[in-house]
Design a protein around this ligand. Sequence first.
Ligand code: 13P
Ligand code: ZN
Length: 273
Amino acid sequence: MSKNILEADFLNKMREIINYMWEKGWDERNGGNVSYRLTEKEVKDYVDTEKIKEKFELEAAIPGLAGEFFLVTGSGKYFMNVSKKPENNLGIIKINQDGSGYSLHWGYENGGQPTSELAAHLLSHQARMQVTDNQNRVVMHTHATNLIALTYVLELNSKTFTRKLWEMSTECLVVFPEGVGILPWLVPGTEKIGEKTAELMKKHPIVIWPFHGVFGTGKSLDEAFGLIDTAEKAADILVKVNSMGGANKGITDQEFKDLAARFGVEPMAGVLE
Ligand code: 13P
Ligand code: ZN
């Protein structure tokens, strides 16, 4: 631990991406939260991991994440302030050896704790680590405007939502062939919404919370942001198309199949005829 954390690549990437989210208009006030799984080596270059600022218990233990480090946004912290004052708005936590709690090693300088959606983040990390051979490092929750708007008009099931988004932009099938998962409306900030989100994360890299927002995942901050940005762009187009009276043409099932074959992806079962 000798280097200045304000020069760490992982911290600066987090600041940059959170700024993009804010500029997109997705993260009003403290809306949204991001967690980034770091390696012990990355953290140790900048933080004394022997020093514990505070300890917290988890509502339910997550032994699968024992010993893992996460850079995570603080609860109630405004996205517009993260880049200017990362030390107040972000924290680095380590899950303890039995997964029953975690320790804070850096951040939340003016007080605070990780996001109220920590259960959804940690359980989603665990699920995605299992299905991506440990590749997945980022979970991102945001209040993407058009995806939320669509939850008021589209049928709330995964197949309908996936098909509608795929239809709005040719790249969608290639970027998220596994489709989007949809939960029923649930109270946010609870263990239950965390468990339900993680269950869907075993099948989909992106999960929508109706009338609230979206959870996206990826190997990197770029990938998680890019995934949500792609789905949100398709949602934006669908809102415009619906506002113009609805589509009168589009990509056919055969064309979707040709697209999947060209890019070597397996479309989510049951979406195409
Ligand atoms: P936090 O400020 O606790 O991260 O909550 C924001 C949010 O989007 C809840 O769903
Ligand atoms: Zn939210």
